[in-house]
Design a binder for this molecule. Structure first.
Ligand SMILES: Nc1ncnc2c1ncn2[C@@H]1O[C@H](COP(=O)(O)OP(=O)(O)O)[C@@H](O)[C@H]1O
Ligand SMILES: [Mg+2]
Length: 278
């Protein structure tokens, strides 16, 4: 293990109240990227009911064992919603287990938390511990709707939507409790290579609201098979060479997108390794 990058683990939360936007996909790529740089990474799945991240990592362990290939893996925990009847008791139980899990991961450099595509207490709690919050979004006004309500022409914001309000509230919690300002990053995902009018309008709208809602807007991944085809093996494009498979031109382009995303996250402020490799 290379030394700690900060006095306590840096916490990166993947969040968006909408499902299917790419939280788990971006999460797993980020995790493997950091592991391959030598960071000690802890991961928490608070979307344990769906459990995409947990399954991905379980597939990875299985692949590694079956094929006798050493693959870097994070220290992983999945937290299920409490099944207690009383709401307050359930929330207290969830808070306790969440904070215990963070304590178990305190020797890590970075903790990555994947959250569900709906509003749960655990998800809000995770948001309130973020140093960085990454919100992936597809190029669709349907996805934008969870962030802001826009007019029918799609060129003016009417008001922030439910998810933006949750982020606002949890950012406040983070600031009051820890004097930390959350770095909120909206990442566009599954971009098509076609230049569509919708795509340009979305970009303009997102830029327009970024200042008001307080997020940074960055380019994410384009729609690529490599970002999803290795799930059953628990692998990512960063493992392709390690398993002795051929690296294609599309893989090179995908890896560049991942590097660009990593740079945009500005994790390099934390550690020289990220400054050097992007
Ligand atoms: N850039 C991408 N290219 C291709 N498929 C993608 C990409 N990002 C996500 N997907 C696919 O989109 C679906 C939803 O992604 P997922 O990461 O599970 O979203 P979420 O965690 O937000 O619900 C999955 O089938 C995933 O494989
Ligand atoms: Mg998911």
């Amino acid at each position: 293990m290379i030394g700690q990058i900060s006095p306590k683990p840096h916490i990166i939360v993947l969040g968006n109240e909408k499902g299917g936007t790419g939280k788990s996909t971006i999460g797993i790529h980020l995790i493997i990227y950091l592991l391959r740089l030598g960071f000690k990474v802890g991961t928490i799945d608070v979307d344990a009911r769906q459990g995409t991240l947990s399954s991905y990592l379980a597939n990875r362990q299985a692949y590694s064992q079956t094929n006798n290939i050493k693959l870097p893996c994070p220290q992983h925990y999945a937290i299920l919603n409490s099944n207690l009847d009383m709401r307050q008791a359930a929330q207290e139980a969830e808070k306790k287990i969440f904070e215990e899990t963070l304590a178990n991961l305190k020797a890590c450099d970075i903790i990555v938390i994947d959250t569900p595509g709906n509003d749960t207490y655990l998800s809000q709690l995770a948001h309130s511990y973020a140093d960085k919050l990454i919100t992936p979004m597809n190029d669709s006004f349907v996805d934008l709707d969870v962030l802001v309500k826009v007019n029918t022409l799609g060129d003016k914001m009417i008001k922030p939507s439910s998810y933006a309000e949750i982020v606002w509230e949890q950012k406040k919690q983070r600031l009051m409790r820890d004097k930390i300002t959350v770095d909120w990053i909206v990442v566009r995902n599954r971009l098509s290579n076609l230049s569509a009018k919708n795509k340009e309008e979305m970009w303009r709208m997102l830029q327009l609201i970024s200042g008001r809602l307080g997020f940074r807007l960055v380019h994410g991944f384009t729609e690529r098979v490599i970002f999803r085809e290795l799930f059953l093996k628990g692998l990512t494009l960063l493992d392709v060479e390690a398993i002795g498979a051929a690296f294609s031109l599309s893989h090179v382009a995908a890896r560049q997108e991942l590097r660009t995303l990593m740079q945009a996250l500005r994790l390099s402020d934390l550690d020289q390794r990220l400054a050097e490799t992007g």
